[in-house]
Design a protein around this ligand. Sequence first.
Ligand SMILES: NC(=O)C1=CN([C@@H]2O[C@H](COP(=O)(O)OP(=O)(O)OC[C@H]3O[C@@H](n4cnc5c(N)ncnc54)[C@H](OP(=O)(O)O)[C@@H]3O)[C@@H](O)[C@H]2O)C=CC1
Ligand SMILES: CC(C)(CO)C(=O)C(=O)O
Length: 318
Amino acid sequence: MSETVSKPVVGIIGTGAIGGFYGVMLARAGFDVHFLLRSEFSAVAERGLQINSAVHGPLTLHPANAYSAAEDMPPCDWLLVGTKTTSNADLAPAIIQAAKPDAKVLLLQNGLDVEDSLRPLLPDSLHLLGGLCLICVHREGPGQITHQALGAVNVGYHSGSTIDEVARMAIVEEGAGLFRAAGIDSQAMANLHQARWQKLVWNIPYNGLSVLLGAGTEALMADADSRLSIQALMAEVVLGAKACGYEIPPGYAEYLFTMTEKMPDYWPSMYHDFAHKRPLELEAIYARPLAAANAAGCELPRIEALYRHLGFIDRRNT
Ligand SMILES: NC(=O)C1=CN([C@@H]2O[C@H](COP(=O)(O)OP(=O)(O)OC[C@H]3O[C@@H](n4cnc5c(N)ncnc54)[C@H](OP(=O)(O)O)[C@@H]3O)[C@@H](O)[C@H]2O)C=CC1
Ligand SMILES: CC(C)(CO)C(=O)C(=O)O
Protein backbone atom coordinates (compact mmCIF):
# COMPACT_ATOMS: atom_id res chain seq x y z
CA MET A 1 0.00 0.00 0.00
CA SER A 2 1.49 3.37 -0.94
CA GLU A 3 1.71 5.99 1.80
CA THR A 4 0.38 9.48 0.97
CA VAL A 5 2.83 12.19 2.02
CA SER A 6 0.94 15.38 2.79
CA LYS A 7 2.52 18.71 1.91
CA PRO A 8 3.61 20.84 4.86
CA VAL A 9 1.32 23.60 6.12
CA VAL A 10 3.01 26.97 5.56
CA GLY A 11 2.33 30.16 7.52
CA ILE A 12 3.46 33.60 6.38
CA ILE A 13 4.19 35.94 9.28
CA GLY A 14 4.11 39.40 7.70
CA THR A 15 2.55 39.44 4.25
CA GLY A 16 4.34 42.29 2.52
CA ALA A 17 6.33 42.18 -0.72
CA ILE A 18 8.50 39.18 0.22
CA GLY A 19 5.94 37.26 2.31
CA GLY A 20 3.20 37.86 -0.24
CA PHE A 21 5.31 36.90 -3.26
CA TYR A 22 6.71 33.64 -1.90
CA GLY A 23 3.41 32.74 -0.19
CA VAL A 24 1.49 33.11 -3.44
CA MET A 25 4.09 31.07 -5.36
CA LEU A 26 3.86 28.26 -2.76
CA ALA A 27 0.04 28.35 -2.71
CA ARG A 28 -0.06 28.14 -6.50
CA ALA A 29 2.24 25.07 -6.27
CA GLY A 30 -0.37 23.35 -4.08
CA PHE A 31 0.93 24.11 -0.58
CA ASP A 32 -1.61 24.95 2.13
CA VAL A 33 -0.54 28.56 2.83
CA HIS A 34 -1.92 30.88 5.56
CA PHE A 35 -1.15 34.60 5.59
CA LEU A 36 -0.87 36.76 8.73
CA LEU A 37 -1.48 40.44 7.94
CA ARG A 38 -1.71 43.70 9.80
CA SER A 39 -2.74 46.90 7.99
CA GLU A 40 -3.70 45.11 4.76
CA PHE A 41 -5.84 42.39 6.36
CA SER A 42 -9.28 43.62 5.18
CA ALA A 43 -8.13 44.26 1.61
CA VAL A 44 -6.54 40.80 1.29
CA ALA A 45 -9.45 39.02 3.01
CA GLU A 46 -11.76 40.69 0.49
CA ARG A 47 -9.75 40.69 -2.74
CA GLY A 48 -6.89 38.19 -2.19
CA LEU A 49 -3.31 38.82 -3.33
CA GLN A 50 -2.26 40.02 -6.77
CA ILE A 51 1.27 39.91 -8.12
CA ASN A 52 2.23 41.80 -11.20
CA SER A 53 5.33 39.83 -12.16
CA ALA A 54 7.70 40.71 -14.97
CA VAL A 55 8.96 37.11 -14.72
CA HIS A 56 5.80 35.01 -14.30
CA GLY A 57 3.09 37.34 -15.63
CA PRO A 58 0.07 38.35 -13.54
CA LEU A 59 -0.57 35.98 -10.60
CA THR A 60 -3.67 36.04 -8.43
CA LEU A 61 -4.50 34.17 -5.24
CA HIS A 62 -8.16 34.65 -4.47
CA PRO A 63 -9.36 33.74 -1.98
CA ALA A 64 -6.22 33.87 0.17
CA ASN A 65 -6.28 32.37 3.70
CA ALA A 66 -5.89 35.74 5.45
CA TYR A 67 -5.68 36.25 9.23
CA SER A 68 -5.43 39.31 11.43
CA ALA A 69 -4.41 37.25 14.50
CA ALA A 70 -1.99 34.31 14.81
CA GLU A 71 -4.43 32.57 17.22
CA ASP A 72 -6.76 31.98 14.28
CA MET A 73 -4.11 30.30 12.09
CA PRO A 74 -3.82 26.50 11.90
CA PRO A 75 -0.64 24.95 13.37
CA CYS A 76 2.05 25.34 10.72
CA ASP A 77 5.03 23.12 9.82
CA TRP A 78 6.94 26.01 8.23
CA LEU A 79 6.65 29.68 9.13
CA LEU A 80 8.14 32.16 6.67
CA VAL A 81 8.77 35.51 8.34
CA GLY A 82 8.46 38.42 5.88
CA THR A 83 8.42 41.37 8.26
CA LYS A 84 11.16 43.98 8.43
CA THR A 85 13.96 43.21 10.90
CA THR A 86 13.11 46.29 12.98
CA SER A 87 10.58 44.36 15.09
CA ASN A 88 11.82 40.77 15.19
CA ALA A 89 11.71 40.38 18.96
CA ASP A 90 8.03 41.45 19.01
CA LEU A 91 7.08 38.58 16.69
CA ALA A 92 7.81 35.75 19.14
CA PRO A 93 4.21 35.43 20.48
CA ALA A 94 2.71 35.22 16.97
CA ILE A 95 5.34 32.69 15.85
CA ILE A 96 4.82 30.48 18.90
CA GLN A 97 1.06 30.68 18.44
CA ALA A 98 1.13 29.63 14.77
CA ALA A 99 3.89 26.99 15.01
CA LYS A 100 3.61 23.23 15.43
CA PRO A 101 5.87 22.12 18.34
CA ASP A 102 8.81 21.25 16.04
CA ALA A 103 8.12 23.80 13.30
CA LYS A 104 10.78 25.43 11.16
CA VAL A 105 10.85 29.23 11.29
CA LEU A 106 12.58 30.84 8.31
CA LEU A 107 13.44 34.54 8.48
CA LEU A 108 13.31 35.89 4.92
CA GLN A 109 15.24 39.04 5.80
CA ASN A 110 18.35 41.01 4.94
CA GLY A 111 21.03 41.88 7.48
CA LEU A 112 23.43 40.33 9.96
CA ASP A 113 22.44 38.26 13.01
CA VAL A 114 18.77 39.06 12.50
CA GLU A 115 17.89 35.78 14.22
CA ASP A 116 19.63 36.70 17.49
CA SER A 117 16.93 38.89 19.07
CA LEU A 118 14.26 36.27 18.37
CA ARG A 119 16.11 33.08 19.33
CA PRO A 120 16.01 33.48 23.14
CA LEU A 121 12.26 34.12 22.98
CA LEU A 122 11.45 30.89 21.11
CA PRO A 123 11.30 27.36 22.54
CA ASP A 124 14.33 25.19 21.67
CA SER A 125 12.04 22.76 19.84
CA LEU A 126 11.52 25.35 17.08
CA HIS A 127 14.19 25.34 14.39
CA LEU A 128 15.29 28.81 13.34
CA LEU A 129 16.62 29.33 9.82
CA GLY A 130 17.63 32.31 7.70
CA GLY A 131 16.71 32.86 4.08
CA LEU A 132 18.41 35.28 1.70
CA CYS A 133 16.13 36.47 -1.07
CA LEU A 134 17.68 37.66 -4.33
CA ILE A 135 14.65 39.39 -5.71
CA CYS A 136 13.24 42.80 -6.64
CA VAL A 137 9.68 43.09 -5.26
CA HIS A 138 7.70 45.87 -3.61
CA ARG A 139 4.19 46.58 -2.43
CA GLU A 140 2.19 48.70 -4.85
CA GLY A 141 -0.97 48.90 -2.72
CA PRO A 142 -2.87 46.70 -0.25
CA GLY A 143 -2.48 43.09 -1.41
CA GLN A 144 -0.78 44.23 -4.61
CA ILE A 145 2.83 43.34 -5.25
CA THR A 146 5.09 44.24 -8.14
CA HIS A 147 7.81 41.72 -8.99
CA GLN A 148 10.44 43.31 -11.24
CA ALA A 149 13.19 40.70 -11.47
CA LEU A 150 15.05 37.68 -10.02
CA GLY A 151 13.56 35.44 -7.31
CA ALA A 152 16.01 32.97 -5.73
CA VAL A 153 16.00 32.16 -1.99
CA ASN A 154 19.04 30.61 -0.32
CA VAL A 155 18.44 28.89 3.02
CA GLY A 156 20.72 28.20 6.02
CA TYR A 157 20.29 26.81 9.55
CA HIS A 158 20.67 29.17 12.51
CA SER A 159 19.76 27.29 15.71
CA GLY A 160 17.49 24.80 17.41
CA SER A 161 17.45 21.49 19.22
CA THR A 162 19.12 19.66 16.32
CA ILE A 163 22.87 19.77 16.80
CA ASP A 164 23.81 17.06 14.34
CA GLU A 165 25.13 18.74 11.18
CA VAL A 166 23.66 16.13 8.82
CA ALA A 167 20.19 16.49 10.39
CA ARG A 168 20.48 20.29 10.20
CA MET A 169 21.34 20.14 6.52
CA ALA A 170 18.36 17.82 5.94
CA ILE A 171 16.09 20.53 7.39
CA VAL A 172 17.77 23.18 5.24
CA GLU A 173 17.33 20.96 2.16
CA GLU A 174 13.67 20.51 3.05
CA GLY A 175 13.30 24.31 3.12
CA ALA A 176 15.07 24.79 -0.19
CA GLY A 177 12.90 21.97 -1.58
CA LEU A 178 9.71 23.89 -0.74
CA PHE A 179 10.83 26.80 -2.91
CA ARG A 180 12.06 24.56 -5.70
CA ALA A 181 8.69 22.78 -5.74
CA ALA A 182 7.18 26.20 -6.41
CA GLY A 183 9.53 26.83 -9.34
CA ILE A 184 11.86 29.12 -7.37
CA ASP A 185 15.62 28.66 -7.50
CA SER A 186 16.85 27.80 -4.00
CA GLN A 187 20.16 26.54 -2.59
CA ALA A 188 20.87 25.04 0.82
CA MET A 189 23.74 26.96 2.44
CA ALA A 190 26.19 25.35 4.84
CA ASN A 191 27.09 28.66 6.54
CA LEU A 192 24.33 31.19 7.14
CA HIS A 193 26.69 33.78 8.62
CA GLN A 194 28.92 33.76 5.56
CA ALA A 195 25.86 34.08 3.31
CA ARG A 196 24.51 37.03 5.31
CA TRP A 197 27.84 38.87 4.93
CA GLN A 198 27.85 38.07 1.23
CA LYS A 199 24.36 39.53 0.73
CA LEU A 200 25.47 42.72 2.50
CA VAL A 201 27.93 43.38 -0.33
CA TRP A 202 24.82 44.50 -2.26
CA ASN A 203 22.57 45.86 0.47
CA ILE A 204 25.09 48.10 2.26
CA PRO A 205 25.81 50.30 -0.77
CA TYR A 206 22.53 50.24 -2.66
CA ASN A 207 19.97 50.32 0.16
CA GLY A 208 21.61 53.27 1.90
CA LEU A 209 22.56 55.26 -1.20
CA SER A 210 19.03 54.95 -2.60
CA VAL A 211 17.77 56.79 0.51
CA LEU A 212 20.64 59.25 0.83
CA LEU A 213 20.73 60.22 -2.85
CA GLY A 214 17.03 59.64 -3.62
CA ALA A 215 17.91 57.40 -6.55
CA GLY A 216 17.08 53.94 -7.89
CA THR A 217 19.68 51.56 -9.31
CA GLU A 218 19.48 52.96 -12.84
CA ALA A 219 20.49 56.48 -11.77
CA LEU A 220 23.08 55.16 -9.29
CA MET A 221 24.72 53.06 -12.01
CA ALA A 222 24.63 55.89 -14.58
CA ASP A 223 26.71 58.36 -12.57
CA ALA A 224 30.49 58.14 -12.32
CA ASP A 225 30.64 59.38 -8.73
CA SER A 226 27.93 57.11 -7.36
CA ARG A 227 29.55 54.16 -9.17
CA LEU A 228 32.81 54.90 -7.34
CA SER A 229 30.98 55.17 -4.01
CA ILE A 230 29.24 51.82 -4.58
CA GLN A 231 32.53 50.12 -5.45
CA ALA A 232 34.30 51.61 -2.43
CA LEU A 233 31.46 50.58 -0.09
CA MET A 234 31.43 47.06 -1.56
CA ALA A 235 35.18 46.79 -1.00
CA GLU A 236 34.71 47.77 2.65
CA VAL A 237 32.06 45.07 3.16
CA VAL A 238 34.49 42.50 1.75
CA LEU A 239 37.16 43.78 4.18
CA GLY A 240 34.78 43.67 7.14
CA ALA A 241 33.68 40.12 6.30
CA LYS A 242 37.31 39.02 6.02
CA ALA A 243 38.17 40.55 9.38
CA CYS A 244 35.31 38.54 10.87
CA GLY A 245 36.58 35.34 9.29
CA TYR A 246 34.34 35.20 6.20
CA GLU A 247 36.09 35.21 2.86
CA ILE A 248 33.87 36.66 0.12
CA PRO A 249 34.73 34.83 -3.13
CA PRO A 250 37.07 36.84 -5.39
CA GLY A 251 35.13 38.75 -8.04
CA TYR A 252 31.83 38.57 -6.13
CA ALA A 253 31.52 42.35 -5.67
CA GLU A 254 32.24 42.89 -9.38
CA TYR A 255 29.64 40.25 -10.23
CA LEU A 256 26.97 42.07 -8.17
CA PHE A 257 27.96 45.42 -9.69
CA THR A 258 27.56 44.06 -13.23
CA MET A 259 24.33 42.25 -12.28
CA THR A 260 22.87 45.56 -11.08
CA GLU A 261 23.64 47.22 -14.43
CA LYS A 262 21.45 44.59 -16.07
CA MET A 263 18.58 44.92 -13.58
CA PRO A 264 15.55 47.10 -14.29
CA ASP A 265 15.51 50.37 -12.33
CA TYR A 266 15.07 49.07 -8.76
CA TRP A 267 14.41 51.02 -5.58
CA PRO A 268 15.56 48.87 -2.64
CA SER A 269 13.12 48.08 0.16
CA MET A 270 14.91 50.58 2.43
CA TYR A 271 13.89 53.35 0.04
CA HIS A 272 10.24 52.22 0.24
CA ASP A 273 10.50 52.32 4.05
CA PHE A 274 11.88 55.86 3.88
CA ALA A 275 9.17 56.97 1.43
CA HIS A 276 6.43 55.54 3.69
CA LYS A 277 8.01 56.96 6.85
CA ARG A 278 8.69 53.50 8.30
CA PRO A 279 11.81 52.78 10.40
CA LEU A 280 14.87 51.84 8.31
CA GLU A 281 16.63 48.51 8.83
CA LEU A 282 19.79 50.29 10.02
CA GLU A 283 20.58 47.98 12.92
CA ALA A 284 20.58 44.80 10.80
CA ILE A 285 22.19 46.18 7.65
CA TYR A 286 24.70 48.69 9.11
CA ALA A 287 25.10 48.74 12.90
CA ARG A 288 25.69 45.00 13.42
CA PRO A 289 28.20 44.52 10.58
CA LEU A 290 30.04 47.67 11.71
CA ALA A 291 30.14 46.47 15.33
CA ALA A 292 31.33 43.00 14.28
CA ALA A 293 34.09 44.44 12.08
CA ASN A 294 35.13 46.95 14.75
CA ALA A 295 35.30 44.16 17.34
CA ALA A 296 37.63 42.33 14.95
CA GLY A 297 39.86 45.44 14.77
CA CYS A 298 38.64 46.60 11.36
CA GLU A 299 37.49 50.17 10.71
CA LEU A 300 35.04 50.73 7.85
CA PRO A 301 34.94 54.54 7.55
CA ARG A 302 32.77 54.83 4.44
CA ILE A 303 30.12 52.47 5.79
CA GLU A 304 30.31 54.24 9.16
CA ALA A 305 29.68 57.63 7.50
CA LEU A 306 26.79 56.25 5.42
CA TYR A 307 25.27 54.73 8.56
CA ARG A 308 25.53 58.05 10.47
CA HIS A 309 23.86 59.96 7.62
CA LEU A 310 21.07 57.39 7.41
CA GLY A 311 20.55 57.56 11.17
CA PHE A 312 20.06 61.33 10.87
CA ILE A 313 17.51 60.82 8.08
CA ASP A 314 15.70 58.02 9.93
CA ARG A 315 15.36 60.00 13.18
CA ARG A 316 13.75 62.90 11.34
CA ASN A 317 11.54 60.70 9.17
CA THR A 318 9.63 58.45 11.59
N1 LIG B 1 11.54 43.75 -1.21
C1 LIG B 1 12.61 43.13 -1.69
O1 LIG B 1 12.82 43.07 -2.93
C2 LIG B 1 13.59 42.46 -0.79
C3 LIG B 1 13.45 42.51 0.59
N2 LIG B 1 14.33 41.82 1.39
C4 LIG B 1 14.18 41.81 2.85
O2 LIG B 1 12.97 41.13 3.15
C5 LIG B 1 12.40 41.63 4.38
C6 LIG B 1 10.95 42.03 4.11
O3 LIG B 1 10.95 43.12 3.19
P1 LIG B 1 9.69 43.56 2.33
O4 LIG B 1 8.86 42.40 1.99
O5 LIG B 1 10.21 44.42 1.24
O6 LIG B 1 8.90 44.45 3.40
P2 LIG B 1 7.39 44.99 3.37
O7 LIG B 1 7.38 46.27 4.11
O8 LIG B 1 6.85 44.96 1.99
O9 LIG B 1 6.60 43.88 4.20
C7 LIG B 1 6.64 43.75 5.59
C8 LIG B 1 5.29 43.21 6.00
O10 LIG B 1 5.32 42.77 7.35
C9 LIG B 1 4.10 43.17 7.95
N3 LIG B 1 4.22 43.18 9.41
C10 LIG B 1 5.13 43.83 10.17
N4 LIG B 1 4.92 43.56 11.47
C11 LIG B 1 3.86 42.72 11.52
C12 LIG B 1 3.16 42.10 12.58
N5 LIG B 1 3.51 42.28 13.85
N6 LIG B 1 2.10 41.30 12.28
C13 LIG B 1 1.73 41.11 11.00
N7 LIG B 1 2.36 41.68 9.93
C14 LIG B 1 3.41 42.47 10.21
C15 LIG B 1 3.85 44.55 7.37
O11 LIG B 1 2.53 44.96 7.61
P3 LIG B 1 2.11 46.53 7.71
O12 LIG B 1 1.67 46.91 6.33
O13 LIG B 1 1.00 46.56 8.68
O14 LIG B 1 3.33 47.28 8.16
C16 LIG B 1 4.17 44.26 5.91
O15 LIG B 1 3.07 43.70 5.26
C17 LIG B 1 13.33 42.79 4.81
O16 LIG B 1 14.28 42.32 5.73
C18 LIG B 1 14.04 43.20 3.49
O17 LIG B 1 15.29 43.80 3.72
C19 LIG B 1 15.32 41.03 0.85
C20 LIG B 1 15.49 40.96 -0.51
C21 LIG B 1 14.70 41.71 -1.42
C1 LIG C 1 18.33 43.58 -5.38
C2 LIG C 1 18.80 42.36 -4.71
C3 LIG C 1 18.63 41.26 -5.71
C4 LIG C 1 20.28 42.39 -4.44
O1 LIG C 1 20.82 41.17 -4.11
C5 LIG C 1 18.09 42.08 -3.41
O2 LIG C 1 17.83 40.94 -3.15
C6 LIG C 1 17.77 43.10 -2.36
O3 LIG C 1 17.21 44.16 -2.64
O4 LIG C 1 18.02 42.82 -1.18
